[in-house]
Design a protein around this ligand. Structure first.
Ligand SMILES: [Zn+2]
Length: 73
């Protein structure tokens, strides 16, 4: 997984970021041949204005491993 570096909040210019776990029953889900798989969502939040600048999954590879992607081609 590539690393994304956010230095400034695009909304207020704040420079302090918090990495948070988005608490919900959500997460993202993928349906592979009838098998549901999901991973939790995390977010980068600006400490000054509270904007969620980026929401992301920490281990997208768990959702759809490369090996399986090849098999589906
Ligand atoms: Zn901000």
């Amino acid at each position: 997984m590539k690393e994304v570096k956010i230095e400034k909040c695009p909304f207020c210019g704040g420079e302090e970021m918090l990495e948070v776990h988005v608490c919900s029953y959500g997460g993202v889900t993928i349906n592979l041949i009838g098998k549901l798989r999901s991973v939790p969502i995390f977010a980068t939040v600006c400490r000054d204005c509270g904007s969620m600048i980026r929401t992301y999954c920490k281990n997208p590879e768990n959702l759809f491993p490369k090996k399986q992607r090849k098999e589906q081609d």
